[in-house]
Design a protein. Structure first.
Length: 244
């Protein structure tokens, strides 16, 4: 089957395109929130969920015998087996999912994020048939331990694109940080942006470019999108740095 096309929501395509285009010109999973508002949940978290509203779920996409499943884990075999727990999906054309592997009648892809809504028959419908592409934010604040990470909603990504479009390019080097708060990293499927010290650098572009943000609007905006899991101490550390 053909595996070259991508399945993405119209809204997310516009959002990512706007983020990339506006950032460039002006200047290697809407995305429903996860259980804590900060990103996709797991299959284990999905099953006991009582709400019927769509939610983003990450797992292993596994297709065998015409049955499409999202699995919590992958069993050690070749081709891979679907590990428990798993849910059966409806409404997804797997032939349009990019990056799948097919062998011996099994098609799979790890790390897939889909918007799921519980169907009447107990299966899960893929909302709008979408496999989403995330805009992920990392708050650089720690050294030697994981930094907080969350995913922007399409609305937030659109607002970010608009804010980036208001900035101008400057002939300066990309910002660098040290201990403590050292900026936000925004990763899209196309590029990586770093917002810190009144600048926004597209560090993955060739050549890289820097936008001037004298009021640190991008950093303040990204802090405002942080989910509740961000602690008061972490928020205060960033706020103090931005206001200092």
């Amino acid at each position: 089957m053909g595996m070259k096309l991508r399945v993405v929501s119209v809204g997310m395509v516009a959002t990512i395109g706007l983020l990339v285009a506006l950032a460039g010109c002006g200047s290697g999973s809407d995305r429903p929130a996860g259980s804590d508002g900060g990103g996709p949940i797991t299959v284990e978290q999905l099953l006991p969920r009582s709400a019927d509203t769509p939610i983003a779920v990450r797992g292993l996409l596994h297709v065998e015998g015409g049955v499409v499943r999202l699995c919590a884990s992958i069993r050690e075999s070749y081709p891979p087996q679907c590990g428990d727990p798993s849910v059966e999906l409806v409404g997804l054309d797997v032939s349009t999912v990019e990056g799948t592997t097919t062998s011996e009648g099994v098609t799979w892809k790890e790390g897939v994020v889909v918007n799921l809504q519980r169907d009447a028959d107990g299966r899960f419908a893929v909302v709008d048939g979408n496999v989403e592409r995330a805009v992920e934010v990392t708050l650089g604040i720690y050294s030697g331990m994981p930094d907080p990470v969350w995913t922007l909603t399409p609305g937030q990504a659109t607002d970010l694109a608009a804010a980036l479009a208001r900035l101008s390019r400057v002939d300066e080097s990309a910002p660098t940080g040290g201990l403590g708060y050292h900026g936000f990293t925004v990763v899209t499927p196309e590029r990586t942006l770093v917002a810190y010290d009144a600048k926004v650098a597209s560090v993955s572009s060739d050549p890289p470019y820097v936008l001037y943000d004298p009021d640190r609007t991008i950093e303040r905006f990204l802090l405002a999108t942080a989910p509740p899991k961000l602690t008061a101490e972490e928020r205060r550390a960033v706020t103090d740095a931005l206001d200092g």
